[in-house]
Structures are given as structure tokens and as C-alpha cells.
Design a protein around this ligand. Structure first.
Ligand code: AVJ
Length: 319
């Protein structure tokens, strides 16, 4: 039986302290905003899994198509013996890659969710008993130290989640990833692509309201964790395409003037009628933009693969 190691790099109460800091910072400035990572409690993760099955939400299917079609090419291009996956979640996507990597020795899933990590690791170990799994409970956006494992390494950051980061955050993130890579290593990056505004907005505002429930889930998280009294029905789900900055914004729009109490922070937050709380950006990319952002982090784009309908892209880059 191969060893399954689980390393906790976040102190137990890290999430609580981070949530308090993010809510205090985000709700006491104009415009109000919150980081999207707080969507993902158990209910939020389940809602996101449901989103990935919606007809309007194409990114997951598009990325899976590329992974299935190109896994052997990706494996051959890297010869990786260690696969590090940032924000691994349930590792569903990764299975296509792992199945195509005969020399793979160690899989290092990295996520803030211990339950997602242990669930994915147990499934993988059952299927690939020879595989070493070293799971890291870590917030990879705050810097990362990787365990010593056989090289070369392939670091994968899939799903288009890099689009959640603002441009300055992306630059810092890519630079920190570059710091993890040695010669012979590579980064596999999933990026959603710029396309028709109607298609983009529909993917973030489905007709059945699952994305609306996902968006409002952050209010439930703050109510539960910080004792706040947000009324989710007092906010409207909004998804807009920012043409200039080429990103989708999800917002919660206050239907009326209202004041919300957040006792854990001894805070009262006032919303004007029609005032927006930005809950997520999801940036959409063009090949030349990805190439230049990678180059700014001293990474050279070597491969660019899209799905048949060029909705989503996987890129491979090297130090
Ligand atoms: C998991 C961050 C890639 O930005 O498309 C899905 C999250 N938000 N629907 C995305 C999300 C609204 C998703 N990522």
C-alpha cells in the first residue's frame, strides 16, 4: 500500500481569522467586495458541482474535452514523475491526466478543504495503489512550499480558477509558482477564453437559479460563521461582463436600503438600495494575454490547446 501523507500547513483556526479579516476589509470599503473562496463550504461546493452540470456552464466540459484528447501529449511533453495540483477539489479532472502518466510516482493535491483532499486521495489510491499521494492542506494563493518528490514536476492549476484572481494577484501567483519550478518542470494552466457576451453571462446566470444560490451562499457562510443577519432574499444575483477588463463579475445587489449586523466583528454594514457587493471576478483570456502574463513571471508558453469550439484552453509553460 503506498503511503498517503497529509500535511496541514494551515493552523486549525486559520479559516476563521481569514474570514473575519476578509469580511471586515471587504464590507467597510466602497465598492464592497468579498473574495470568492468563501463560497466553498459544503453547500457551496455542492452547488458548484451542480453548476458544472448546467447546460449554460461550458467550462468544465470544454476543459475535460481537452484533457481527454491531450493527456498523452501533455504527459509526453513533460515526462513528469510528480503531479502537483493546486485547488485539486475532488480531483475528477486530474484522473484523465494521471491515467495518461505511466511514469507518475507521486501526486500532490493541494486544497484548503481537508475533506476534499482525503476523499480524492482515498479514491485515487484505491485505483492506483502504486501511486504515492502527499496531500497538502494549504492556501496556495498565500505562497506554497512543496514536499521533496521525484522530478520532473508538473504543476497543474485547472478549471479556469486563475480567472478569480485580479491582474496583480495573478502576477504574484504566477511568480510564486515559478519559484516552485526547477529546470525540466512545467505548469499546466486552464484558462477560460473571451467569447460572445451572451454566452459568458448565461454561464454565470443560469435560468434555473443554481448560480444565484451559489452566489448567495457566501451570505449564509457569513451568517453562520460570524453571526450576521444577512437576508439572502434581500439581494438580487447579478452577473455582468466587464468588456474593458474582460472579466465576468458576480455581484449581490441590495434590493433596498438596509443595515446588516456582523456581531463577531462588532460591525454594522449599511447598503444603499441598488448597491452592489462584488463576490467574484472570473477573467476570460486570449492566447497572447496568457503568453505575456506567463512571460512576466519568467515562464515560456510551449503548448496551447483548446477544445473543438475554442471555448477554453490548456497551456503548458516552462521556466
Ligand atoms: C471554479 C472559479 C473556475 O469562475 O467559472 C462558477 C466558479 N462561479 N460559476 C468560475 C464559478 C460561478 C468558477 N471557478
Amino acid at each position: 500500500m503506498s503511503p498517503f501523507l497529509l500535511t496541514r500547513t494551515l493552523p486549525e483556526d486559520a479559516a476563521g481569522a481569514a474570514l473575519r479579516a476578509d469580511v471586515l476589509h471587504g464590507l467597510t470599503r466602497t465598492p464592497k467586495s468579498l473574495p470568492p473562496k468563501w463560497f466553498y463550504d459544503a453547500r457551496g461546493s455542492a452547488l458548484f458541482d451542480e453548476i458544472t452540470t448546467l447546460p449554460e456552464y461550458y467550462p468544465t466540459r470544454a476543459e475535460r474535452e481537452i484533457l481527454v484528447d491531450r493527456a498523452a501529449e501533455i504527459a509526453a511533453a513533460t515526462g513528469a514523475r510528480t503531479l502537483v495540483e493546486l485547488g485539486s477539489g475532488s480531483s475528477d479532472k486530474t484522473r484523465h491526466l494521471i491515467d495518461a502518466m505511466p511514469e507518475l510516482h507521486t501526486y500532490v493535491p493541494v486544497d484548503v478543504s481537508e475533506s476534499a483532499l482525503t476523499g480524492a486521495a482515498n479514491t485515487l489510491i484505491a485505483e492506483r495503489p502504486a501511486l504515492d499521494v502527499h496531500a497538502l492542506i494549504a492556501d496556495f494563493t498565500r505562497g506554497l512550499a512543496l514536499p521533496g518528490t521525484p522530478g520532473p514536476r508538473l504543476v497543474a492549476f485547472l478549471g479556469g480558477t486563475i480567472g478569480n484572481l485580479l491582474p496583480a494577484e495573478r502576477a504574484a501567483f504566477l511568480t510564486s509558482v515559478r519559484g516552485l519550478l526547477s529546470p525540466g518542470d512545467a505548469l499546466l494552466l486552464g484558462t477560460d477564453l473571451v467569447k460572445d457576451e451572451g454566452v459568458l453571462v448565461a454561464a454565470y446566470d443560469d435560468t434555473t437559479g443554481v448560480t444565484a444560490a451559489f452566489n448567495k451562499n457566501v451570505l449564509h457562510v457569513i451568517n453562520r460563521e460570524l453571526g450576521a443577519d444577512f437576508d439572502p432574499d434581500a439581494y438580487a444575483h447579478v452577473a455582468v461582463w466587464d468588456r474593458a477588463r474582460e472579466w465576468i463579475e458576480m455581484r449581490l445587489r441590495s434590493r433596498a436600503a438596509q443595515t446588516v449586523k456582523v456581531p463577531a466583528l462588532d460591525l454594522a454594514v449599511h447598503f444603499e438600495e441598488g448597491e452592489d457587493l462584488r463576490t467574484e471576478i472570473s477573467a476570460k483570456f486570449r492566447e497572447e494575454v496568457v503568453k505575456s502574463e506567463l512571460a512576466a513571471a519568467d515562464l515560456s508558453l510551449t503548448h496551447w490547446w483548446t477544445d473543438e469550439r475554442a471555448r477554453f484552453a490548456l497551456s503548458l509553460s516552462t521556466p
